[in-house]
Design a protein around this ligand. Structure first.
Ligand code: HEM
Length: 322
């Protein structure tokens, strides 16, 4: 005989099992197939038109996804503005006056909200935008796994701790990426996104005036022309991270490193007699290996500690909690 107590216990067990599986939910490429079938095409249209307006935006969007995922996981925490309960990540040294593309994500989000309100997370939009950006500028494409949810908080202190700095040495970069479950090979492949985009004089001044042996003299002297020796003069002046083909996604970044023409110290340390030299060498010779490793590493990076199931929320506006 089934008593009501037994029935309640069975119902409770079922609820627990369901909520456990929700917490364990994995990302999936078909996550919005039923709930928002036009999500991906809507995001793509929006991202493509932003990059058509300004090509550098492709680089900025890839970086935005990276700076999201490295701080408490890919949860769109980077998009949150300051509020009484939130200390934004936007103002830590690695992001302040540097990370960009927020308005492009906002536009994509409002386009998606128009077709399926309250369904698609800002964190997923960041991941899709990075893939669409790479594809648009001739880089690899990949299938984006979806189903991330958005955080209700941000962490400036974790941002400051976990985002790499341009002064970092190889050991600390390896540790930083290792702490996120990424290998040396993933790290070198991901750094290859410095094949596009720009950096400000303040990030490479010390290197180009160092007169060290790890920088090509001709390259240093060219870069000095638009980056005065004394800070803060010209601090914001821009130079391409890849001097050869700054607007297209290719493997020239690695070829530059072999010639000691990496712009940032954190670029050149990847080829400076250490354990990653052989990977840089390989990518410089083999663009298709770089391309497929980059795609896999982006998928891996996009999997860092997502909020899934009933954790987190779907923010209606990416810059604030509902
Ligand atoms: C290895 C450690 C890394 C360091 C220390 C680093 C540091 C930097 C710095 C200092 C800039 C220039 C910012 C500015 O001057 O405003 C930059 C730009 C950029 N970074 Fe990195 N980065 C690293 C890895 C990565 C990774 C893993 C990705 C992508 C997956 C990435 C993507 C980019 C892109 C695309 C730009 C150009 C952005 C633009 O033009 O708006 N970086 N990075």
């Amino acid at each position: 005989m089934v008593t009501s107590a037994m029935f309640r216990a069975a119902a409770m067990a079922m609820v627990l099992a369901l909520s456990f599986s929700a917490c364990q939910a994995q990302l999936s490429s078909t996550f919005y197939a039923e709930t928002c079938p036009n999500a991906l095409s809507t995001i793509r249209t929006s991202i493509r038109s932003a990059i058509a307006r300004e090509r550098r935006m492709a680089a900025s969007l890839i970086r935005l996804h990276f700076h999201d995922c490295f701080v408490q996981g890919c949860d769109a925490s980077i998009l949150l503005d300051n509020s009484p309960s939130i200390t934004s990540e936007k103002f830590v040294i690695q992001n302040n006056n540097s990370v960009r593309g927020f308005e492009v994500i906002d536009q994509a989000k409002s386009a998606v909200e128009n077709v399926c309100p309250g369904v698609v997370s800002c964190a997923d939009i960041l991941a899709v935008a990075a893939r669409d950006a790479s594809e648009y500028v001739g880089g690899p494409s990949w299938t984006v796994r979806l189903g991330r949810r958005d955080s209700t908080d941000a962490s400036a202190s974790l941002a400051s701790r976990d985002l790499p700095r341009f002064t970092a040495d190889l050991r600390s970069l390896i540790d930083l990426f290792g702490n996120k479950g990424l290998t040396e090979r993933d790290m070198v492949a991901l750094s290859g996104s410095h094949t596009i985009g720009q950096a400000q004089c303040v990030t490479f001044r010390d290197r180009i005036y160092s007169n060290g042996s790890d920088i090509d003299a001709g390259f240093a002297s060219t870069r000095r022309r638009n980056c005065p020796v004394t800070s803060p003069d010209g601090n914001g002046n821009l130079a391409p991270l890849d001097l050869v083909t700054p607007n297209s996604f290719d493997n020239n970044y690695f070829r530059n490193l072999l010639q000691r023409r990496g712009l940032l110290q954190s670029d050149q340390v990847l080829f400076s007699g250490g354990s990653t030299d052989s990977i840089v060498n390989e990518y410089s010779r083999n663009p298709s290996t770089f391309s497929s490793d980059f795609a896999s590493a982006m998928v891996k990076m996009g999997d860092i500690e997502p909020l899934t199931g009933s954790a987190g929320i779907i923010r209606r506006i990416c810059s604030r909690v509902n």
